[in-house]
Each structure stands twice: as structure tokens, then as C-alpha cells.
Design a binder for this molecule. Structure first.
Ligand code: DGJ
Length: 343
């Protein structure tokens, strides 16, 4: 009996150890962190500090204190294996005018080289007491800002505001190759989305850089070989739709018309744009589309659709999602069942 128990113990340890090592990115599958738990970084954002990638996102696991909203932080050296670093912020209702159904969505973190601070932007929304008609209204429409000395937090909540005095819902993050930091935000009353430059300390928005008159959210931008590619999703709540791309030679525009980024019937392979990661390695540059496959009935089980995109000359296209692997040093990637290039 004792021996059987010991065997069981070692088998459990072994299987956990194997479950933890990820050798591929498998779009749409459960993505275990170092503890074997599905990563909770929905609607997330990634920032690279030195050689370490930090992934922040909506923490939705069951059993959390419902009086708070949480942002989780994960770190990785290879974009495949992610270590849970805890809650970067655990936020109590930040404004007494918000009803209990307030939300914290799509958190993004920027590192400010001058102030040495980490600055988090998040979409804070929900019903306003005595005004909102629906229990699930998104009427607050502001960005929240929090600050930390460390990438992993704890972040201290500072304020919520309307960037450029506009209603702001989905937010996106874009850091250009020259380090300039931008916030992308969707605005219903003006029927489009803004790209705004952050202030020198990143604690507020400095100025409008572009307004794109297209009813799109989930805004994501990548700068690749002299062109800016902006992607967004139609306004269909948690349900996926065909996401689209426009391009411009300048972040100030003018922007081209929008084109599909995947066969429209797949509805972006049942996902919604969140961000791009550009891996500029010694041999190649790979651009990764980060999408969320939302599961509104159980948000914690929402999946990640990360796809290395086909990009260049004004075209951006998502091939069918398949398991793939990347070498962040060389920037090269492969489908897991294919032989590496040149072999
Ligand atoms: C779509 C947004 O992109 C999500 O972040 C979330 O706000 C859902 N709408 C809520 O319906």
C-alpha cells in the first residue's frame, strides 16, 4: 500500500512536470501556466522588459472575491511557457457612482524609461447609479490608470478619466519601434476609434494622433517594414466577427480602407483582436496576432488564438490556426509538425 501511494505520488509529480513544459503555442486549446492552470490573461497586453515578456490580462478564474476585479501577470522567456506572477492589481470599485456590475477589461502595461515606473491602463466601465437603464450598461466609459515600481505589481490605482474628453471603451496598446507609446480607444459617439499619444510620464493622454472613422473595437496596431497596420473587430459584443485591417505610411494617417484578415465565414477563426506582438529576432521578424476566443458563459475558459501572420506590402492575413513554435532569439517560427526551414 505504502509503495502504491509512493508510486502515485511520483507519477503525479512527473505528470505535473510534463504538463508544465510547453513546446508549442496551440491556438484554441487550454494553455497551462507553470501551475498547470489555464492562463488567465484575457483581453491582454504584452510588454517586453529586457529578455522577459510580461503578459497582463483579465483574471476570470472562479472563486475570486466578487467585490474586486483582478488583473493577472505572467512572465515568459519564450512566449510558450508562462509563469503566474500573481495579481498585478486587485481593484475595489474605483468610483462610488458605478453600480456593482462594473467591469475592468483589456488591461495594458507600459514601462516608462524616464520615470522607471510601470503604468497600467484599463477599461473601466459599467452602469452609473440612478442613470443607467440596463443592469449591464457600459455607461461609465473611462480608462483607469495605475502605477507600480515593479512589473509584477502591486499596481496602485490613480484615477479614471475620459481620454481627449471622449467616451472610451475597448482599449489597445501600441509601442512604436522608436519607443513612442500610444493608447488606442474606441468611441461610440464619434463612431470610430482614436490613436492617442501618451504624455511623457504616461499618466495621461497627450494628443490625438489619428481618428479612424470606422465602428471597430479590439484595436491593435503593428509597424512593419515602413507601414502601420491597424486591426479591429466589429461591435458584436462577445460574439466573433470578421476582423479587418487598414494601413498607413504614417501613424497620423491617412488610412486605407479596411480589408478582411481571414476568410470572413470563419469570423477570425472565432476570435477577436487584442494585440500584436512583433518578435524581431536575429534572422527574422515574426508578427503574432493575439486574439481572444471569448466564452461568455464561462469567461475563465475563454481561449487564446495566437497566430503568426502573413504580412507585407499592405497585406495582413491570418493563416488557419495550427500548433506552432517560435524561437524568440532568431524570430523564426514553425508549425510543430513541419520540419524546420532549411532542413
Ligand atoms: C467586446 C469587447 O471587445 C470585450 O472586451 C468586452 O467588452 C465585450 N464586448 C463585452 O460584451
Amino acid at each position: 500500500m505504502k509503495r502504491q501511494l509512493l508510486t502515485l505520488f511520483f507519477l503525479t509529480i512527473l505528470s505535473t512536470a510534463f504538463a508544465q513544459k510547453q513546446n508549442a503555442i496551440k491556438p484554441g486549446e487550454v494553455w497551462p501556466d507553470n501551475n498547470g492552470d489555464h492562463i488567465q490573461a484575457h483581453g491582454g497586453g504584452i510588454v517586453k522588459i529586457g529578455k522577459v515578456y510580461y503578459w497582463y490580462g483579465e483574471e476570470r478564474r472562479p472563486g475570486l472575491d466578487t467585490g474586486y476585479r483582478y488583473v493577472s501577470c505572467y512572465s515568459s522567456n519564450d512566449l510558450m511557457n508562462w509563469k503566474f506572477r500573481g495579481y498585478a492589481i486587485k481593484l475595489k470599485r474605483p468610483d462610488s457612482i458605478l453600480t456593482n456590475n462594473w467591469v475592468l477589461e483589456r488591461p495594458k502595461v507600459y514601462y516608462n524609461n524616464a520615470t522607471k515606473k510601470y503604468v497600467m491602463y484599463m477599461h473601466i466601465d459599467g452602469g452609473i447609479k440612478g442613470i443607467s437603464k440596463s443592469k449591464w450598461a457600459y455607461d461609465y466609459a473611462r480608462v483607469g490608470v495605475a502605477i507600480s515600481d515593479k512589473a509584477t505589481g502591486p499596481f496602485k490605482y490613480l484615477k479614471a478619466f475620459r481620454p481627449l474628453d471622449k467616451e472610451s471603451r475597448d482599449i489597445g496598446q501600441f509601442i512604436d519601434d522608436d519607443g513612442t507609446a500610444y493608447l488606442i480607444f474606441e468611441c461610440r459617439p464619434t463612431d470610430g476609434f482614436y490613436i492617442a499619444k501618451l504624455s511623457a510620464d504616461y499618466l495621461t493622454v497627450d494628443k490625438e494622433v489619428s481618428f479612424i472613422h470606422a465602428p471597430l473595437e479590439g484595436g491593435a496596431i503593428v509597424h512593419y517594414k515602413g507601414l502601420y497596420y491597424v486591426v479591429g473587430s466589429a461591435l458584436s459584443g462577445w460574439s466573433p466577427n470578421p476582423n479587418k485591417v487598414a494601413t498607413s505610411a504614417s501613424i497620423y494617417g491617412p488610412w486605407s480602407s479596411f480589408e478582411n484578415i481571414a476568410p470572413p465565414e470563419t469570423k477570425t477563426y472565432s476570435s477577436q483582436s487584442t494585440m500584436f506582438i512583433k518578435v524581431a529576432g536575429s534572422k527574422d521578424t515574426t508578427v503574432i496576432f493575439m486574439g481572444d476566443r471569448w466564452k461568455p458563459s464561462q469567461l475563465s475558459d475563454s481561449r487564446y488564438i495566437w497566430i503568426p501572420v502573413q504580412i507585407g506590402d499592405g497585406k495582413l492575413w491570418l493563416p488557419e490556426p495550427k500548433a506552432w513554435t517560435i524561437d524568440v532569439k532568431t524570430g523564426k517560427w514553425n508549425y510543430v509538425n513541419d520540419k524546420p526551414e532549411g532542413k
